[in-house]
Design a protein around this ligand. Structure first.
Ligand SMILES: Nc1ncnc2c1ncn2[C@@H]1O[C@H](COP(=O)(O)OP(=O)(O)OP(=O)(O)O)[C@@H](O)[C@H]1O
Ligand SMILES: [Mg+2]
Length: 641
């Protein structure tokens, strides 16, 4: 790096201070906007503004990059003569650390700093001294005032002689009331009955409250789609029972508590990589993540940060974890098992449950796409509700891997198919651009090894996945089995995004009846076909070749092969309908688990609830089918990822 002007130490220091202040200005603005949109989530929920929810989720994804660009631009304009001054850059980081001493989001601010500095200082020049390779400010005991979670003591609420579960009932009433929703609950007493009964099922028979018996709840609820979740745990002695309380606003004028999730697997499902990020109003995200980790100790911090909406910091943490994993493993990167892609070159590290995807330079001519278009599709998925059916991806530029960990076959293939993305140095292989996503067993491989029950289950789930995607305005395009993966919980998730379109863009047609004998005999397509025309009857030869597969799919999802089904869904979306997504098994919903008894008032409530539920999932046009249970699915429930 050439030093354009020789500055005194004092000058360099004051320039470094000024630059670090601009970077922090950029971060603080980012976090302020992030908090504002999170705080508005409650209002959107109360107004049942589901289109607003989708828009806000999509907008929020762009916030970070916008703020980074804005900050870079300011520094380029205001400090143009110092950009090449190594003395100044050496100091910027130290000055920045000074500014962060009392900051409430120092870990995120450090990662923002890295994003800005890496854009300003060319890769060849910056060294790790300039950026935060590891966090410098501890977030260990950092918390807000009032603290991020609130404790309620059931013994304070319990009247003489009442059962322990009744004390908990009072606490749950209190913590729901504390949310201070502007919309009333349809029948809070029924909801509390259900909560009390659900809790009683998990409390040991000889439950005796100890002096530390308390319920801790994160102060901000977690909002996503049409639901709001309260996340907490019930503590007694050394025992901790985590929970997520799902509150829904299906009807315009009232709220209901829909379920109380008490199994860790069900709570993990809420936070799955195939779901969208929550809106959570947090002053100290580190404190929220700390609490969540107590509930889900095996979930990487990186994923938890992403799930509370701080996906860029999640990405930084993921990369640190990845480097750490490399230090603790010796296996080699290799081409991912399964059928190779025409668009993407996919490789994996067997000891690490993720895949790395690079867009090829030469894309097969049968695919009418380009690198820019493929990137747009990935961005579309990032900003869209992923519904538990599309894997999240982390996008990286200029990622360096240790060269000795690359199998030669993979290096050759990268060299041949994506040379412009590859830079091979003495010790490193640098990929100019790649996506990283969770490894899942490709469905085509799963089907080859599955027994009949597993095959049926997978195919039924496959059909459900397509229907849920379609109902949420995603036409997957290439629906071959190789483009879906099976998650650890047996759920089918889509991962091939290059042919995705909005349903509303497509035109679903029946194959026209031949006009005459000549048409009938013609080997050519005799009718005109538009760019976005799709003929669902044509899916059959691709999907139904195997007789067993054919029987199951036609029996359960025969409608997928009709234009009417797809067009019906498209019309429904066109009318503004937004489906309800329930990221937990239907059997856990209170209306199914503890059906209300039948006096007249209840009957009305029940009818209303059933209406809402029916319009949400169970009736045409998306009739989802329950898959037969396997040992695994019976543990975690059918709708979990
Ligand atoms: N998340 C994943 N987990 C495991 N394997 C994966 C994953 N994503 C992709 N693969 C493997 O890599 C192959 C190619 O990936 P993908 O389908 O994304 O690429 P593509 O080039 O878009 O494919 P196509 O040629 O079908 O368009 C898949 O067939 C599968 O075997
Ligand atoms: Mg594919």
């Amino acid at each position: 790096m050439s030093q354009t002007t020789k500055r005194s130490a004092n000058e360099a220091r004051s320039l470094a201070q000024a630059i670090s202040q601009v970077i922090l200005w950029g971060f603080n603005k980012h976090y302020r906007l992030f908090r504002e949109t999170s705080a508005l989530a409650k209002d959107r929920f109360e107004r049942a503004d589901w289109h607003g929810v989708q828009q806000a989720a999509s907008d929020r994804i762009r916030f970070y990059d916008l703020r980074v660009s804005e900050t870079v631009e300011r520094i380029e304009n205001e400090f143009s003569s110092s950009l090449g001054d190594e003395d100044v850059w050496q100091r910027v980081k130290f000055e920045y650390v000074d500014l962060l001493l009392d900051h409430m989001q120092p870990e995120c601010a450090e990662s923002f700093f890295n994003s800005v500095v890496c854009k300003l200082v060319k890769r060849e020049y910056y060294h790790n001294d300039f950026i935060f390779v590891r966090p410098t400010i501890s977030t260990e005991y950092l918390d807000a005032e009032p603290p991020s979670y609130k404790s309620y003591y059931p013994l304070d609420f319990r009247a003489e002689g009442e059962s322990p579960a009744t004390g908990l009932r009072h606490v749950f009433r209190e913590l729901i009331t504390d949310l201070d929703f502007a919309v009333p609950f349809a029948n809070l007493d029924y909801d509390l009955d259900c909560i009390e009964r659900a809790l009683a099922e998990v409390l040991p028979d000889n439950f005796r409250p100890l002096p530390n018996h308390q319920v801790q709840v994160l102060r901000s609820p977690f909002f996503r789609n049409k639901a709001c979740y309260l996340i907490g745990k019930v503590i007694n002695g050394f025992r901790e029972q985590p929970f997520a309380l799902a509150i829904r606003h299906e009807r315009r004028d009232s709220l209901t508590v829909d379920a109380l999730l008490l199994e860790r697997d069900h709570i993990l499902t809420l936070f799955s990589f195939a779901r969208s990020y929550f809106f959570v109003e947090m002053e100290v995200p580190a404190a929220y993540v700390r609490f969540l980790r107590q509930i889900m100790p095996n979930k990487p911090k990186a994923e938890l940060y992403s799930m509370v909406g701080l996906q860029k910091f999640g990405k930084t943490l993921f990369y640190r974890d990845f480097l750490d994993h490399l230090r603790h493993s010796t296996d080699q990167f290799q081409i991912a098992p399964g059928i190779r892609g025409l668009v993407m070159l996919v490789f994996c590290l067997p000891s690490f449950p993720y895949v790395f995807k690079v867009i090829k330079d030469k894309i097969a001519s049968t695919k009418d796409t380009s690198r820019a278009l493929v990137r747009e599709k990935f961005q579309l998925v990032k900003q869209h509700d992923r519904l538990g059916r599309m894997a999240d991806t982390l996008e990286y530029s200029d990622v360096a891997f240790p060269r000795e960990r690359f199998a030669q076959e993979l290096l050759d293939e990268l060299q041949e198919l994506a040379p412009s993305m590859l830079q091979v140095n003495d010790d490193t292989v640098v990929l100019r651009h790649c996506y990283i996503e969770r490894y899942m067993r490709p469905l085509n491989m799963h089907m080859q090894q599955a027994d009949d029950t597993e095959l049926s289950r997978a195919l039924i789930e496959y059909g459900n996945a397509i229907k849920e995607l379609a109902a949420a305005n995603i036409f997957p395009g290439d629906m071959l089995y190789k483009n879906f993966g099976v998650s650890r919980q047996g759920r089918i998730v889509f991962y091939d995004y290059d042919e995705i379109e909005y349903m509303t863009t497509m035109n679903f047609r029946r194959i026209p009846t031949p006009r005459n004998e000549e048409d009938e005999m013609s080997g050519e397509v005799w009718y005109t076909v538009g760019k976005y025309d799709v003929f669902p009857e044509e899916f059959k030869p691709f999907l139904l070749g195997n007789p067993k597969v054919r029987d199951v799919l036609l029996a359960h999802h025969g409608d997928l092969f009709t234009a009417e089904f797809w067009q019906g869904l498209k019309d429904r979306i066109g009318k503004g309908h937004i489906e309800s997504v329930f990221p937990y098994p239907a059997a856990l919903r209170f209306i199914n688990r503890f059906p209300p008894a039948g006096d007249e008032a209840w009957a009305v409530l029940r009818a209303a609830e059933n209406d809402a539920a029916a319009s949400a999932t169970a009736t045409a046009p998306i009739a989802l089918v329950s898959a037969p249970l396997t040992a695994r699915s019976s543990i975690v429930g059918l709708s979990s990822v």
